[in-house]
Write a new protein. Structure first.
Length: 124
C-alpha cells in the first residue's frame, strides 16, 4: 500500500470534492430541465393563457388573461384575493415584437456615468 504524504492527501481530497461537486451540479442541471419539461407538458392549456403580468408590489399583480381565441380579461391578484378589473378587446391591445422593438441603451462609458451619479449625491 502506498502511503500518501499530507500534500498528496490534500490534493486527493480536493479532487474527490471537486468530482462530487461536478456530479451534483450535473444532476441538478438535468433534474431541473426534466422538471421544467414535465411542468410545461402538463400545464399546456388550449383555452387559457396568461398574456402579460405586471408586478405592482411584492404580492400584487395585474394580469392579462386570454380566454378562448379573442377574449381578454384583466384581473388583479393579491395575497388572498383575485379581482376582476375588466374585459379588453383584441383591437385595444398593443402588439409588441422583440425583433422590431429597440432596447434602450446607455451611452457613454462607466466613468462618465459614475461621475454623473457622484454629482447628484449631496456634498459632505
Amino acid at each position: 500500500m502506498i502511503l500518501l504524504t499530507s500534500t498528496g492527501e490534500s490534493i486527493f481530497q480536493l479532487l474527490v470534492v471537486l468530482f462530487c461537486f461536478v456530479i451534483v451540479l450535473a444532476l441538478t442541471y438535468y433534474t431541473t430541465r426534466w422538471i421544467a419539461g414535465y411542468q410545461k407538458s402538463h400545464s399546456f392549456h388550449k383555452n387559457l393563457a396568461v398574456v402579460e403580468t405586471l408586478k405592482l408590489t411584492n404580492n400584487k399583480f395585474i394580469q392579462l388573461i386570454q380566454v378562448g381565441k379573442d377574449t381578454y380579461y384583466v384581473i388583479a391578484i393579491g395575497k388572498d384575493e383575485i379581482s376582476f378589473l375588466g374585459q379588453v378587446d383584441q383591437e385595444q391591445l398593443k402588439e409588441i415584437s422583440l425583433e422590431t422593438e429597440e432596447i434602450p441603451t446607455v451611452k457613454g462609458d462607466f466613468e462618465d456615468i459614475l461621475n454623473k451619479v457622484k454629482e447628484r449625491l449631496p456634498k459632505k
